[in-house]
Design a protein around this ligand. Structure first.
Ligand SMILES: [Zn+2]
Length: 399
């Protein structure tokens, strides 16, 4: 019976691969020798992840439209190239400062952004714009140059698939921040995660069937301007070989988009006095969200469950939870064109929106604010996405 059921499972796996059911998480063998994806996940390293976050915080809050933002884009590009992700490209777009952007919003007091209900203790949220709220004079000086309207750039690089170079998953995070801190969590933590994945997929012994694009969006904090520009400029280019007969696809067909934004801090709901626990709560989880009101809700949900299954299989410390109210993040511009999900420390609408992260857009969003239990949550999100991507793209090690 046992042998027979193994054969049945084997056939089922072949059938899944054969139909291209790429959003199904195929359970790989338990031992790493037989599972190249486990080997790749094992190459993620807490020290390297922290070092990359630290590297980003050297550019302060990396606010869009400043020299420190442009220097950060240059540094990210250099890093990607040094990992072997050498086919870097830039998307350019114009940003005109929006003034008087009033929100016409019919939400009730307990309606969360993106859907769902705000519950329990809530604290004030918002963006700090007061330079003097930053007590560190050196950091205050680093963040002093104001933003000016004009040309913006954002960088991406691509792992080209060996057998399906014309199809890709996009993995993203936003590299800009604000609030007079170091944007360490929002979103140095997501940016570093995407960079670490680029490093691992670009190793010379790694091969994938399908392509993976690593995108570091700019101008997220001005209303997803950079990711919207990418969709507007590149959606129609999908799947076109250029030049004809070259085997090159500047914009492979989109199979899914996975965004990472604020990965470190899950200390729970604020207490009745408005304070938040100093330590990562033991129940901390990675929140995977899709938007149930999007055109691609069904496909997005499937992708979310694939990442959740990869979390169960590969993540070392923290579980994942799937939610249906993805909002205010760079996967939203993709959600009506392709399966789109986001990974976060908490649900954006009803948890972060209720004040669960007291460092959000504040001068305290500093590298030094977070400890290893926080960084480990981000690394577990990286393990989840890398595990899922490895399965979905057919990642393997060259002999
Ligand atoms: Zn963010």
């Amino acid at each position: 019976m046992r042998a027979k059921s193994l054969i049945v499972v084997g056939l089922a796996l072949v059938a899944l691969r054969g139909t291209g059911a790429r959003s199904q998480a195929v359970a790989p063998a338990a031992d790493s020798a037989a599972d190249p994806v486990r080997v790749l996940v094992g190459r993620l390293d807490l020290g390297k992840y922290k070092t990359t976050i630290k590297g980003l915080t050297r550019f302060g809050d990396r606010r869009q439209g400043t020299d420190r933002n442009r220097a950060a884009v240059d540094w990210i590009e250099q890093e990607l190239r040094s990992y072997g992700c050498s086919n870097t490209r830039r998307v350019s777009f114009e940003y005109k400062a929006v003034t008087g952007r009033g929100s016409v919003d019919g939400r009730r007091q307990t309606d969360a952004q993106g859907g769902g209900r705000l519950r329990g203790v809530r604290t004030r949220v918002g963006v700090n714009t007061d330079s003097l709220a930053q007590p560190d004079r050196a950091l205050r000086a680093l963040n002093a140059q104001p933003s000016t309207p004009g040309l913006r750039e954002e960088v991406y690089c691509t792992k080209v698939g060996a057998t399906h170079p014309d199809e890709m998953y996009i993995v993203g995070a936003h590299m800009d921040g604000h609030g007079w801190g170091e944007a360490a969590n929002d979103d140095g933590s997501g940016t570093a995660l995407v960079m670490e994945l680029a490093r691992i997929f670009s190793a010379p012994d790694v091969q994938t069937d399908r392509s993976v694009r690593f995108a570091l969006w700019n101008n997220e904090e001005t209303g997803l301007t950079g990711s919207r520009a990418y969709v507007a400029q590149r959606q129609a280019l999908q799947g076109k070989e250029d030049p004809k007969g070259s085997g090159q696809y500047p914009e492979p067909k989109w199979l899914g988009m996975i965004q990472h934004d604020m990965m470190l801090f899950d200390h729970g709901m604020p207490h009745a006095d408005g304070t938040v626990s100093r330590e990562q709560r033991p129940e901390a989880d990675v929140n995977i969200e899709f938007q149930m009101k999007s055109t691609f809700a069904a496909a997005s949900q499937k992708l979310a469950w694939a990442v959740a299954a990869a979390n169960e299989h590969y993540a070392t410390d923290y579980p994942a939870t799937v939610g249906n109210h993805m909002t205010n993040t760079d996967s939203n511009p993709f959600q009506d064109a392709v399966a789109a999900i986001s990974l976060r420390e908490n649900e954006r609408g009803r948890e972060i929106g209720a004040g669960w992260d007291p460092h959000w857009h504040q001068p305290t969003d500093l590298y030094a604010t977070f400890n290893d239990r926080d960084f480990q949550l981000g690394l577990n999100a990286a393990q989840s996405t890398l595990g899922a991507l490895g399965q979905l793209t057919g990642a393997r090690l060259k002999p």
